[in-house]
Design a protein. Structure first.
Length: 755
C-alpha cells in the first residue's frame, strides 16, 4: 500500500474534528474521502463506520465494519461494532456468532475478561450455545470465579440433558463438583439427572460478577447452529450441510466474501464486472461460462474467494490439474480454508496423486472436526490425532492410499457428512488406542468402511446400554460385508463375555489373536491374549498361544514369565506332574537365554516345592543342592536341606547344613534369626543334643543366662540318659559357671559324676 499523504491526513483530521463536534454528516464525508484515498486502510473504515452508526445508517455501517475486519482481522473493534449492529437490527443469531468471533479475537490477545464478556453476550442472545457455556465455565474456573464457573457447568449439563446426552451432562456436573464438592444445586442437579427429572439451574447470586446469560440454564431442544470455517465457526446447523461438503460450503461463503470485496471496495471496473458476472453464472449453475468469467477477472483481480470459486468449479468439471493452480491461495483464508483443502484433496485424488490427496483431505477433516467438535473435547487432542494420522499414512502403498482417500472423499460429501466426521474421528481414536496404528489403517481400507463405521458406532452404543442381543445382531451384519475386520469380532467376544458365555468368548478371543499372529501383527495379538488372561487366568490354551507368540518374536523374558504362570496354572488345577515339567522347561529356557541367577533360583525353588509336596525328598534334596551351587547364600535352600536331613534321620548332615546357615546369619549380623531358628528346631527335635548345645551357646552370648541354664539342664539330662557321662560333666560345669539357683545340687551331681 502506498504511503499516506497530506490529503489523507487532512481528510482524517477533518473527520475527527467533525466527529468531536458531533457533525456526523461532515464526518462521514471526510472519512469517506480518506477511504477513497486509501481503500486498504482499516482505521479510516473504523471511523467511517462509527459516523454511519451515529446517524442510524446501520446497514451501511455494517458493510463498512465488515470491510474493516477484512483489512484488520486481528482488531476486535470492527467485530464488536458489527455484533452490536446485528443485535440492533434483530439478526440475533448472527449477532451471537459475531460476539463469539469477538471473544476468539480477545482470546488470541490473551484478554480473558473481554472474551468472557462477549461470550456472555452471545449466550444472552441465543440460548443453548453449549460450546460457549463450556468455554465460559473453563474461563471462570481459570480465573477463580467459582460461582460463575459452577453455574456455567450447570447450564451446560442442562443443555446436554435436553440434547439427550446424559453422559456429557454427568461429566459437566462432576466437573462442577470438583470445584465445590458440597455445592447443593449441583448435587441436586446430579440427582435430577439420574432420576430423569429436568435439571434446574439457579440464578447467579448478585454481586458475584459475570453474567448468567439469558437462557436461565434451559437449552434449546436442538443444538444451536455453528458457523463453518477452518477457524472453528460455521454458517449452517448440523443436518443442513451442503452435499458438496466443505468445498461446497466454502464456495457459498466465497460468493458473499467476493461480492463484498468488489462492491464495498468500489471495484466496478472490467475485472469487477467479470467477477460479478461469474458469481451470477455460478449461482445459476452455468459453470462453463462462470469459469471463463472468473478467468477473465483473475487477470486483474486477485482475491482468495475468487480463487476458491474458480478452483471449486474446475474440480466439479474434472479439470483437476487446472484447479490445483488456483486453490492454494484460498487455503490461507480462515473462512475458506477447510473447503480449499477439500477441493485440493479431490483434485489430487482425481489426477492420481494419492500422497498429496491424503494430506489435503486430512487437513480438511481436521478443520471441519475442530469447528464442529463437542465443547467437552480437547482441541489440542484433535490436532494431535490428525497429525498422527498424517504420519501413519507415510510410506503406505499407492493402492492403500487410494482406498483410504476414497473413504475420505466419501466421508466429506453427501447430506450427513458433518455428523459422520465426528463419529469417524471418535472411532479412529478408539482404534488407535486399542489396536494401534495398523488398526486405524484397517478401518480406513476395510470394505464398505463407511457402513462399517456406522455399524461399529451402533454396536458400541448397544453395548453401553446393555442391549447385548442387538449388539450381537449388528455385529453379525457387519461381519457379512466386512468379514476380515477383526475389531467387530473383538466386540462379539466382549458381548459373549458380558452375557456370561465365558468359554465361547475366550475361544473367540484366542481365534482373533491367532489371526493377528498370522498377519504378523504380534503386538495386537499379545495385547488381546494378555487381556483375556486377566479375565481368565487359568485358561491354558490362551496362555500357550501367548507363549508361542512371544517365542516367535524372541521376547524371552516375557515368554519366561508366561511359562512360570502356566506352570502355576497347572499347579492350581492340581496337575503337579505337568506343573513340574513346565517349570523344568522354564528353567531350560532361562539357562538358554542367559537369565539372571536369581530367576533360575526362583524356578528351582518352585520345582523343589512340588517335589516336597509329592514327598519325593530325594529329588527335592537334589534341587536344593543345585540352588546352593548357583546361589551359595540362599537361606531358604539351606533351611529346607536341614529339614530334609532331619526327616531322613541324618542328624550329622542336618547339623552340617545348620552350621552353614548359622554362619550365613552370623556373617550378615542377624543374631535374632539364629535364635529364632534354633528355638524352632529345638521345639521340633527336642532330643537333639547338638541343637540344645547351640541354643544354649547363643543364649550365653546374649546374656540370657536363665534361658541358657534351661537348655543346658535339658542337654545334660539327654547326655546322662545316653550314657555320655563325660559330655554331661562338661555341660554341668557350664551350668555351674552361670551360678544357677540350686548351685549346691549341681555341684553334688558333678561330684557324683567324678567331675
Amino acid at each position: 500500500m502506498p504511503e499516506k499523504n497530506d490529503a489523507y491526513d487532512q481528510a482524517m483530521n477533518a473527520g475527527h474534528n467533525a466527529a468531536w463536534d458531533k457533525e456526523w454528516t461532515t464526518a462521514i464525508a471526510a472519512y469517506g474521502q480518506a477511504v477513497q484515498l486509501f481503500p486498504e486502510d482499516s482505521e479510516a473504515h473504523i471511523h467511517l463506520g462509527l459516523a454511519l452508526l451515529e446517524v442510524g445508517r446501520l446497514d451501511d455501517a455494517l458493510k463498512v465494519y465488515t470491510r474493516a475486519h477484512q483489512l484488520a482481522p486481528k482488531d476486535a473493534i470492527p467485530l464488536e461494532k458489527s455484533a452490536d449492529i446485528l443485535e440492533k437490527i434483530g439478526r440475533l443469531k448472527e449477532a451471537a456468532q459475531q460476539y463469539i468471533n469477538v471473544a476468539e479475537t480477545y482470546i488470541a490477545q490473551r484478554d480473558l475478561d473481554k472474551a468472557i464478556y462477549n461470550w456472555e453476550k452471545a449466550t444472552k442472545l441465543t440460548p443453548g450455545l453449549v460450546a460457549i457455556h463450556a468455554k465460559l465455565a473453563q474461563a471462570h474456573e481459570r480465573l477463580g470465579n467459582k460461582p460463575q464457573s459452577i453455574r456455567e457447568y450447570q447450564v451446560l449439563a442442562s443443555n446436554f440433558q435436553r440434547m439427550g446426552e446424559k453422559e456429557k451432562a454427568q461429566r459437566a456436573l462432576q466437573r462442577a463438583l470438583k470445584i465445590d464438592p458440597k455445592n447443593i444445586p449441583t448435587l441436586n442437579a446430579l440427582r435430577a439427572l439420574e432420576s430423569g427429572s429436568d435439571i434446574s439451574v439457579p440464578a447467579l447470586e448478585s454481586g458475584k460478577g459475570g453474567k448468567a446469560g439469558a437462557d436461565g440454564g434451559k437449552a434449546a431442544p436442538k443444538p444451536p447452529p455453528k458457523s463453518q470455517s477452518a477457524g472453528g465457526r460455521a454458517s449452517m446447523p448440523i443436518g443442513e450441510a451442503d452435499p458438496l461438503g466443505p468445498m461446497g460450503e466454502a464456495m457459498t461463503d466465497a460468493l458473499g466474501v467476493l461480492a463484498s470485496f468488489v462492491i464495498e471496495g468500489g471495484r466496478l471496473d472490467a475485472a469487477g464486472s467479470d467477477a460479478l458476472q461469474a458469481m451470477e453464472l455460478q449461482r445459476q449453475g452455468i459453470f462453463d461460462q462462470a469459469v471463463n468469467a472468473y478467468l477473465r477477472a483473475e487477470q486483474r483481480l486477485n482475491h482468495p474467494a475468487l480463487k476458491m470459486n474458480l478452483g471449486g468449479l474446475l474440480v466439479l468439471q474434472d479439470r483437476n490439474e487446472e484447479a490445483v493452480k488456483h486453490l492454494g491461495e484460498a487455503t490461507g483464508h480462515p473462512q475458506l480454508a477447510a473447503g480449499a483443502f477439500h477441493a485440493l484433496g479431490k483434485a489430487y485424488f482425481g489426477i492420481g496423486k494419492q500422497k498429496q490427496a491424503s494430506r489435503y483431505l486430512i487437513q480438511s477433516l481436521q478443520a471441519v472436526d475442530i469447528a464442529l467438535a463437542d465443547p467437552t473435547e480437547d482441541l489440542e487432542d484433535l490436532g494431535t490425532l490428525y497429525e498422527r494420522l498424517l504420519t501413519l499414512l507415510e510410506g503406505r502403498t499407492n493402492e492403500a492410499l487410494t482406498a483410504i482417500n476414497t473413504r475420505f472423499v466419501n466421508l466429506l460429501g453427501g447430506k450427513e457428512w458433518k455428523q459422520r466426521i465426528g463419529d469417524t474421528r471418535r472411532q479412529l481414536e478408539d482404534t488407535l488406542r486399542d489396536q494401534g496404528e495398523q488398526g486405524v489403517v484397517d478401518i480406513l481400507v476395510a470394505s464398505r468402511s463407511d457402513e462399517l463405521t456406522d455399524a461399529v458406532a451402533r454396536i458400541d452404543r448397544y453395548i453401553r446400554q446393555g442391549l447385548f442381543t442387538l449388539a450381537m445382531d449388528e455385529s453379525h451384519r457387519a461381519v457379512e460385508y466386512s468379514p476380515f475386520y477383526l475389531p467387530v469380532h473383538v466386540r462379539m467376544a466382549e458381548v459373549m463375555m458380558r452375557e456370561g458365555r465365558v468359554r465361547q468368548a475366550i475361544t473367540k478371543y484366542n481365534t482373533i489373536a491367532k489371526t493377528y499372529m498370522v498377519r504378523g501383527e504380534n503386538d495386537r495379538a499379545a495385547s488381546i491374549l494378555s487381556e483375556v488372561l486377566e479375565m481368565a487366568p487359568l485358561d491354558i490354551s490362551v496362555r500357550e498361544s501367548l507363549i508361542e507368540l512371544l517365542e516367535s518374536e524372541q521376547r524371552w523374558d516375557e515368554a519366561l514369565d508366561q511359562y512360570i504362570d502356566l506352570a502355576d496354572t497347572y499347579h492350581q488345577l492340581g496337575n503337579f506332574d505337568m506343573s513340574r515339567d513346565i517349570f523344568n522347561s522354564a528353567e531350560r529356557l532361562a539357562n538358554r537365554v542367559g537369565s539372571s541367577p536369581e530367576r533360575i533360583v526362583r524356578i528351582k525353588h518352585r520345582v523343589a516345592d512340588i517335589d516336597q509336596m509329592r514327598l519325593d525328598m530325594r529329588k527335592a534334596q537334589k534341587t536344593y543342592e543345585e540352588i546352593i551351587q548357583v546361589a551359595p547364600g540362599d537361606e531358604r535352600a539351606h533351611r529346607m536341606l536341614v529339614d530334609i536331613h532331619y526327616r531322613q534321620n541324618n542328624t550329622i548332615e542336618a547339623i552340617k547344613k545348620l552350621d552353614t546357615l548359622l554362619g550365613i546369619y552370623a556373617k550378615s549380623k542377624q543374631p535374632n534369626r539364629i535364635t529364632q531358628l534354633l528355638e524352632e528346631l529345638v521345639t521340633m527335635y527336642p532330643n537333639d543334643t547338638g541343637l540344645r548345645s547351640r541354643l544354649a551357646a547363643i543364649y550365653r552370648q546374649l546374656k540370657r543366662n536363665e534361658d541358657a541354664i534351661k537348655q543346658l539342664d535339658a542337654l545334660g539330662e539327654l547326655q546322662l540318659e545316653a550314657g555320655q557321662h563325660q559330655d554331661a560333666i562338661t555341660t554341668i560345669r557350664q551350668i555351674v559357671a552361670l551360678n544357677p539357683p540350686g548351685l549346691e545340687d549341681y555341684k553334688r551331681l558333678l561330684s557324683q559324676l567324678g567331675g
